[in-house]
Design a protein around this ligand. Structure first.
Ligand code: PEP
Ligand code: CO
Length: 483
């Protein structure tokens, strides 16, 4: 199988049809980060079953998201992408799902208000069940077992039974994704995200959080203004609703292949397990299975870009994944680390800009800043997360490119996984509420603090979270237009 030929000319029909590609053509390539299944027949059987099951999203929604991402590319909106590092089957419950949604909604309101721009909300959920790992095995007290690769593959418990790669888990992952999606859709359709009822998004455990007070004052102002507008102009239903899209790392290609479908009256193939799949940093090799799979689907796609990415390699990747330079097709999510972003990012921005390629640049300030404490906790310092994000904004400004979004790992649960932030959590606090199975996540306060930082760094000098309650009417029009 050859990679797509580079073709800078735009051929609208060609753009929808990918030559020498099939949903399973990735199998001819090296598929990193895949488990070894001990019963290929069972795997094939599960694959057939999954191919019969209904998809989770529609092609119409996927194309709507692509248009919205094209807007973000053009500087007309800002992408907020966030959620758990890894979803767990056990966390497929109403409270965890709605808490995560609440944090994302609260952050997006801070952004909408501060940036005076639409915010595109993309959850890292309803399918985030497979994880890349740095080693294939784990050894404990002299016993070596396969590593945990996410609930879609095996169990986290350190036993041979749990660590066996079990194909039936693929079906459970589809079911949990569908349950999550269904609940999120029902909440949104039922008015949960209605701007006039921000009290729906309150998290019980943060009543006394210092930032929550400021946030509440801001929201009360927005809600007042909405009511005022309604008394003057009548119901403004269209403005009060928000959209939500989903995303996950499309790592386990056995699963993604089964969700890759043709759709009546559309050309090409869609991955209908999610709106917005992305390729992880460890699986972005040009000649690897993941790039082969992604080049053939019509969804908007993301690629994580780490500090070892060379500018010419990035250009080749862009050529393969977006040969016709389609708007909204390709999002590059850079995750360099606070220590490397200043050297790693500028050459990439310069090269892509000089080549005139259309991409949406997004910062993931989480994954380059992971470290382990002496007591064995995987953590991230809030100062490093903030530092990378601040630098990213400055570097983009200096290079004449636009940072059009952020990609964050966060949760609505009361966790202590990242140190620092408004409450100055330290290493001793980690043991109090460390719940993540994989990477450390931002908690509610740390998430809101980052949202406020984004507003400040996006060049809104008039923004001051201390006086958010005032001057609301002045800012209402753009807010209403933005949600
Ligand atoms: C992740 O997003 O959880 C992840 C593993 O990221 P990366 O591929 O950037 O390391
Ligand atoms: Co992660």
């Amino acid at each position: 199988m050859t990679t797509a030929t580079v073709n800078a000319q735009h051929h609208p029909v060609d753009a929808l049809q990918t030559r020498d590609w099939a949903p399973g053509s990735w199998r001819q390539r090296t598929a990193l980060q895949h488990p070894r299944y001990d019963d290929p027949e069972e795997l094939a059987h599960v694959g057939e079953r999954l191919s019969q099951l209904p998809p989770l999203v529609t092609s119409g929604e996927v194309l709507t998201l692509q248009h919205a991402l094209a807007d973000a590319q053009e500087g007309r909106s800002f992408l907020l992408q966030g959620g758990d590092c890894a979803e767990a089957f056990a966390d497929c419950n109403s409270e965890t799902i709605s808490n995560r949604l609440k944090v994302l909604l609260q952050m997006s309101m801070v952004l909408v208000h501060g940036l005076k721009q639409p915010v595109l909300r993309v959850g890292r959920f309803a399918g985030q069940y497979a994880k890349p790992r740095s080693a294939d095995t784990e050894t404990l007290d002299g016993v070596t077992l396969p590593c945990f690769r996410g609930d879609m593959v095996n169990g986290v418990a350190f036993t041979p039974q749990a660590r066996r790669a079990d194909p039936q888990r693929l079906i459970q992952a589809h079911a949990c994704s569908a349950l999550t999606m269904n609940f999120v859709r029902a909440l949104i359709d039922g008015g949960f995200a209605d701007l006039r009822h921000p009290e729906y998004w309150e998290l019980a455990w943060v009543e006394h959080a210092p930032l929550a007070v400021e946030y509440r004052r801001m929201l009360a102002g927005i809600a007042d203004s909405m009511r005022f507008m309604e008394t003057l102009a009548g119901p403004i239903d269209g403005c009060a609703r928000v959209d939500f899209f989903t995303s996950h790392e499309a790592l386990l290609l056995y699963y993604e292949e089964t969700m890759t479908r043709r759709v009546p009256r559309q050309q090409g193939w869609f991955n209908l397990s999610t709106h917005f799949p992305w390729i992880g940093m460890r699986t972005a090799a040009l000649d690897g299975a993941h790039v082969e799979y992604f080049r053939g689907i019509r969804n908007p796609i993301g690629v994580k870009v780490g500090p070892s990415m060379q500018p010419d390699a990035l250009l080749r990747l862009i050529d393969v994944l977006n040969p016709h330079d389609e708007a909204g097709r390709l999002t590059l999510i850079h995750r360099m680390g606070n220590a490397h972003v200043a050297t790693g990012l500028p050459p990439l921005l310069r090269t892509v800009r000089a080549a005139g390629r259309r991409v949406l640049w997004v910062a993931d300030p989480m994954h380059g800043n992971t470290e382990s404490t002496a007591s064995g906790y995987k953590t991230r310092r809030f100062d490093n997360i903030r530092g990378e994000l601040e630098q990213a904004f400055d570097i983009h400004a200096a290079e004449g490119t636009r940072l059009g979004g952020v990609h964050l790992e966060l949760t609505g649960e009361d966790v202590t996984e990242c140190t620092g932030g408004a409450r100055a959590l330290d290493e001793k606090d980690l043991s109090r509420a460390y719940k993540s199975m994989v990477d450390p996540r931002l908690n509610y306060e740390q998430s809101l603090e980052l949202a406020m930082l984004i507003v400040r760094k996006s060049g809104r000098p008039d923004f001051d979270e201390r006086v958010l309650g005032s001057g609301m009417l002045k800012s209402l029009a753009p807010v209403a237009a933005a949600v």
